[in-house]
Design a protein around this ligand. Structure first.
Ligand code: GLP
Length: 240
């Protein structure tokens, strides 16, 4: 794993945006694997600025998101579809029919996961997968467990993730208990992976991931199996 230490959140966001922009310039019909959470917000605002300045074209791009709460409506301002619309899609010249997020309203969530895998197969390999990391080492919503799932699947959120994400909801009891998420196998199929981490709360997870061993207790550690992963982080997340 290549580690790039950044001085602060701004530098991390700037570098991440530049890496995504480079992929898009080399391949105007790139497939971007996108993540939500507070970590990539700065990257998205820079991508929007580049698009507005006429420096970056989203017209040929396809996007696939990692995960979505379940159940949740796309109109709910805490849904990941809403997040993507408000942080990126509504502000750039992207074809919204080429933006995919797992269906948080599906009546049959298992079938929605299978359909999402089919969509992923149809759009082709993800050129760059953006990831954040949970305080407990989760990626997407692949939570620490004795065994991890390979394809897109329905998962129950852990108590610690519900607590960590409660800050975005009116109360902890409003956080959905489940999610649909790409599995570890889905994520590892990407051509390249860019994972971002900032702040001390991420330190334990980042350190375990960087030990280079594989453990299902820290799903992010499985990224050590991939040949092209870049970690962009600040000193607090690295523990330096
Ligand atoms: C959420 C998301 C992840 C995200 C992580 C960290 O639960 N499912 O995709 O990377 O938690 O979030 P944040 O960036 O807000 O710390």
């Amino acid at each position: 794993m290549k580690v790039i230490l950044c001085n602060d959140y701004e530098e991390m966001s700037e570098k991440a945006a530049r890496m995504v922009a480079d992929v898009m310039r080399q391949k105007p019909d790139a497939v971007l694997g996108l993540a939500t959470g507070s970590t990539p917000e700065g990257m998205y605002s820079r991508l929007v600025a580049m698009n507005r300045a006429g420096e970056l074209d989203f017209s040929g791009v396809t996007t696939v998101n990692l995960d979505e709460y379940y159940p949740i409506s796309p109109e709910n301002d805490q849904s990941y579809r809403y997040f993507m619309n408000t942080h990126l899609f509504d502000h750039v010249n992207i074809d919204k029919t080429r933006t995919f997020v797992p269906d948080g309203m599906a009546s049959d969530p298992e079938a929605a996961c299978a359909a999402y895998e089919e969509t992923l197969r149809q759009v082709g390999q993800v050129d760059i997968q953006i990831l954040g990391i949970g305080q407990n080492g989760h990626i997407g919503f692949n939570e620490p467990a004795e065994a991890l799932e390979v394809p897109t699947h329905v998962t129950a959120l852990t108590e610690s993730t519900i607590k960590a994400n409660a800050r975005f909801f009116a109360s902890e009891s409003d956080v959905p208990t489940h999610a649909l998420t790409m599995g570890m196998g889905t994520i590892l199929r990407a051509k390249s992976i860019l994972i971002m981490a900032n702040g001390q709360a991420k330190q334990a997870a980042v350190r375990t991931m960087l030990e280079g061993k594989l453990t299902t207790g820290c799903p992010a550690s499985l990224l050590n199996l991939h040949a092209d992963v870049t970690l962009l982080c600040d000193r607090a997340a690295l523990g330096q």
